[in-house]
Design a binder for this molecule. Sequence first.
Ligand code: ZN
Length: 361
Amino acid sequence: MILHNAVVVTMDSDCRVFQNGAVFIDKDKIKAIGQSPDILQQFSHVAHHILDLHGQILLPGFVNTHVHTSQQLGRGIADDVDLMTWLHHRIWPYESNMTEEDSYISTLLCGVELIHSGVTCFAEAGGQHVTGMARAVELLGLRACLTDSVMDSGDGLPPSWGIRTTDECLQSQKKLYEKHNNTADGRIRIWLGIRQVMNCTDRLLLETRDAGRELKTGIHMHVAEIPYENQVVMETRKVDHGTVTFLDKIDFLQENLLAAHTVCINDTEIGFLSRSGVKVSHCPASAMRMLGFARIREMLNAGITVSLGTDGAPSNNRMSIDQGVPFPRVSLPVRLKSAFEKCRRKAFLKSLTVFTIAVKK
Ligand SMILES: [Zn+2]
C-alpha cells in the first residue's frame, strides 16, 4: 500500500518532515518513506492500493501511558470532589460492581475514543477484569499493556475488594500473565499493578517487584499524587518525605516501573527516579482537575523518561492525548485561572518536546 501526497512527520532521529511525502507499507511494516514522486516511481508496481491523502498530515501513533479503561462508563460520576472522596465514595464502589462484560464494553468505548484521537498504544493504569479488556483490545486493533487493579489493604476498599489477600493479588496477576501476555499477534502485554501505596502492604510491593523482574514485564503504579498520600506514608512507613522516598528505601524503584502522576516529589526524589530509571506518566487533564502539575521540566532535565496520559474518563472528559487541557471540565473559574497560571509558569515546554514525548515513549 502507498499513502502519498501527505505531510509526513517521521519523528525519526533527524525529525525529518516531507512536505509532499509518501509511505510504502508492506503487510504491517513501513518499508519506505520519502518524497511522493520517488515512492510512487519505486513501489507503484507492487502496491495493491494507492491512496492520495490530499495534503493531510501523516504522523506516528500517539502512546497514551495512563488510561483507566474500566472508568469509561463512569464519566461524570465524580465531579468536583477531592481525590479521597473521588476514590472511596465514587470510583471504587462503581468499579467494584463491574462484570467482565462491563469491562469489555467499557474498554471498547474507551478504545474507540483513543483511536479517534490518534492513539495506537496505551498503558492501562489498573482496572477491572483484564480478560474483558483483552477481548476488546483484540477487536480494536490497538496495542496495550494491560494491568489489573491490585490492592490488599488500607482504607476505603469496597467489601468485595477488602477480602483479597496478598497471595491472591499476586497469583491472579501471574495467571493473567500466562493467559494473555503476548496475545492478539503480540499486541497485548500483561503488566503488574499496584494501585497506590496507601492500599498495599510492603510484602505486596516487594513480591510485585520480584515478579516483575522474573516475568520481565512492567509495573504500573500511581505515585505521589497528593500531599495527603505523602503524609500517610511518612506516618505509617517512617520516612522523612513521601512515597518516592519510601519506595527507594525498600528498593522498589527500578527501570520497569511506570509511575503515574508523581506530583508531590522533591529534588532528592527526582534524583531517586532518575538514578533508578523509573518512567513517569504525566496526565495534564487530571493535573489541572485535581492533582496539580508534576515537575516535568525538572524531571526531563534529570534525564527521566516522561510520557503523557489522559487518565480515566471521570478525570478527563476528553479521552484525547492532544487535548490534555480540558477547558469545559475544569468546573470552577478560580481553579481554571490558577491552573492556567501554573501551566504558563511551570509546565509549558517547547511544542516539539511535548510532541516527542507523546509519540516516542
Ligand atoms: Zn489513574
